[in-house]
Design a protein around this ligand. Structure first.
Ligand SMILES: Nc1ncnc2c1ncn2[C@@H]1O[C@H](COP(=O)(O)OP(=O)(O)OP(=O)(O)O)[C@@H](O)[C@H]1O
Length: 262
């Protein structure tokens, strides 16, 4: 197992946002976490990535215990993520946004940078080349020198994915990557997610409301409702699971119909 999460729990005051959830991710898999609004999905990601510490439970990545680590330490351990609300640096170009992310892996001293040593210049050149390769990978090579937040929305989402990949992760967590995308962009995203796994060997876990995407891409789906895991399995079994249907329909049309249903 690449990621092994056991019985993690998070409460906010009296509210149990994530209720003793166990979740396993095999290496090189594509797994989705779904559930109605407020089900606890983002809180779950936030615990895995060190933004919140779980009240109890364990999180293990390739044999390394992640509980207690800060977000940047989790990144170094091998987990990258994107956010529901895009978080790009608006004052930087597309390629610069990737270069800064790559810095977590660079081996430079303060003096190298200050004195502009050959070591610094060589690593800068490598960082630029690698960042352009990643832009190519997500289909944004032409936009390298454009302001990151001037890009169309779908491109910004792909840039965020490229930036996450720049940290050289074992696992990438995508929080609603298709949000705001049109059907053509969502198709391209599906292809990109497959290539992340097939070409880069990076394992993918996504939170997603677009059920067509979820059903067509996931090898396993985990369903949360009120913080509790209510179902887990192959897309076909999840689609026909009465508990899952009830969870979506019980919350009204917002989650059940507008967003595609379960
Ligand atoms: N920092 C916080 N303080 C208090 N309550 C919180 C906090 N973060 C999340 N919650 C609550 O925890 C519950 C789960 O929220 P979470 O954002 O994890 O759900 P979600 O499944 O990601 O929802 P959505 O699909 O709408 O993004 C919600 O009731 C939410 O209001």
């Amino acid at each position: 197992m690449l990621l092994n999460v056991e019985n993690i729990r998070k409460t906010f005051g009296g509210l149990v946002a994530v209720n003793d959830v166990t979740f396993q991710v095999p290496e090189r898999s594509i797994i989705s976490v779904i559930g109605p609004n407020g089900a606890g999905k983002t809180t779950f990601f936030n615990m895995i990535t060190g933004i919140y510490q779980p009240d109890r439970g364990t999180i293990n990545l390739a044999g390394k215990d992640l509980v207690g680590l800060k977000p940047d330490e989790v990144t170094v351990a091998g987990i990258a993520r994107t956010f529901q609300n895009i978080r790009l640096f608006s004052s930087m170009t597309a390629v610069e946004n990737i270069m800064v992310a790559r810095n977590v892996r660079m081996k430079l001293s303060f003096w190298d940078a200050l004195l502009n040593t050959p070591n610094f210049r060589r690593q800068e050149k490598e960082a630029l080349d690698a960042s352009l390769t990643l832009l190519d990978f997500v289909g944004l090579r032409r936009a390298a020198n454009e302001g990151a937040t001037d890009l169309p929305y779908g491109d910004q989402r792909r840039l965020e994915i490229a930036r996450a990949l720049a940290t050289n992760p074992k696992l990438i967590l995508l929080d609603e990557p298709a949000a705001g995308m049109n059907p053509r962009e969502t198709e391209e995203l599906k292809d990109l997610i497959r290539r992340i796994r097939d070409d880069l060997g990076v394992t993918v876990v996504l939170i997603e409301h677009d059920m067509r995407l979820v059903m067509s891409i996931s090898e396993k789906i985990t369903v949360l409702d009120y913080g509790t895991k209510i179902a887990e399995g192959l897309p076909e079994t999840i689609r026909s699971n009465p508990k899952v249907r009830e969870a979506y329909l019980g919350r009204g049309h917002a989650a059940g119909e507008k967003r595609g249903g379960a």
